[in-house]
Design a protein around this ligand. Structure first.
Ligand code: SAM
Length: 289
């Protein structure tokens, strides 16, 4: 089987192929994905019912092994054993790219630990599709996947994102969307937000609005379907202004003194002050002599 640039690796073990599948529109399957799916010895699938539909559509008959969150340890070990015995295995997720917010990540780690060759047939990712359609800055972004379920961990995660200047991309289930939007609004205040729903499907919709507008809209009309949420990062200049204001009333000497009182050596304190104020260490040094 041809494996692109990795084909030079001589290994008796088989190869693990991560195969991206459509996130809603079957036309988004790639020719390479179809070839790999029809050539491998077996396919590990997060949701075998979904994968059967895909394979039937493209008339591919293959042994399917269920591999999902709750059997990933046992099935992961089984798949590695098969790979070590020379089987070529494709891994597909429910939809999109395996390894992004699904247990594919664990199988990749396990395969790497066992020196098994891993390669990929890339394709759709809901996060990237939503980000690019959002119109928000896409040059620098941070992908958060699903926020943690635990209340405290969620709050901590959102708080850690409050000063994020990059566009924040998240996944959310429709029944939790309003709750998440309210939490984001309470903690971060008003922001631009983009809700990309049912991407690549018949009822694809991209809503670009303010956080408070999104809450009002979805309170009136219950969210349905799959969503990627993009939250605008904070303005970098605003952060710099905030930093400047924060240290404005303190002299450089007092600022350095504050860290020395906290137990830092003078050199370390000067370095920290330079970082806090976004200035060079030399500027701090020159001001103090
Ligand atoms: N591995 C997938 C990928 O590459 O995007 C993501 C899997 S994650 C378990 C499923 C989440 O992806 C959904 O809850 C939703 O937030 C997002 N998603 C998947 N398909 C989508 C679509 N067609 N439109 C919008 N969001 C989608």
């Amino acid at each position: 089987m041809e494996t692109g640039s990795n084909s030079t690796m001589k290994n008796k073990a088989g190869t693990l192929y991560l195969v991206a599948t459509p996130i809603g529109n079957l036309e988004d399957i790639t020719l390479r994905a179809l070839r790999i799916l029809s050539e491998v010895d077996m396919i590990a699938a997060e949701d075998t019912r979904q994968t059967v539909k895909l394979l039937n559509h493209f008339e591919i008959k293959k042994t399917l092994i269920s591999y999902y969150e709750h059997n990933k340890v046992e099935k992961g070990n089984y798949l590695i054993k098969e790979l070590l015995e020379g089987k070529n295995i494709a891994l597909v997720s429910d939809a999109g790219t395996p390894g992004i917010s699904d247990p594919g990540e664990d199988l990749v780690k396990l395969a790497i630990r066992n020196n098994i060759e891993v390669t990929m047939a890339p394709g759709p990712v809901a996060a990237v599709t939503g980000l690019v359609l959002s119109g928000l800055p896409a040059g620098r972004f941070v992908f958060e996947g699903f926020l943690p379920m635990n209340k405290r961990a969620r709050k901590e995660r959102i708080q850690a994102l409050l000063r994020e200047t990059r566009t924040i991309v998240m996944y959310e289930a429709p029944h939790k969307l309003i709750h998440t939007l309210r939490e984001l609004y309470e903690l971060s205040g008003e922001r631009n937000i983009v809700l990309a729903r049912e991407l690549t499907k018949k009822f694809e919709q991209v809503v670009r609005c303010r956080l408070s507008d999104a809450i009002v809209m979805y309170e009136a009309d219950k969210p349905r379907g799959e969503f990627v949420v993009m939250l605008e990062g904070i303005n970098e200049e605003a952060v710099e202004d905030e930093v400047r204001k924060k240290w404005h009333d303190m002299s450089l000497g007092d600022h350095v003194g504050m860290y020395i009182k906290q137990g830092m050596q003078k050199k370390e304190a000067m370095k920290k002050v330079a970082e806090d104020r976004g200035i060079s260490k030399r500027e701090v040094y020159n001001a103090l002599i």
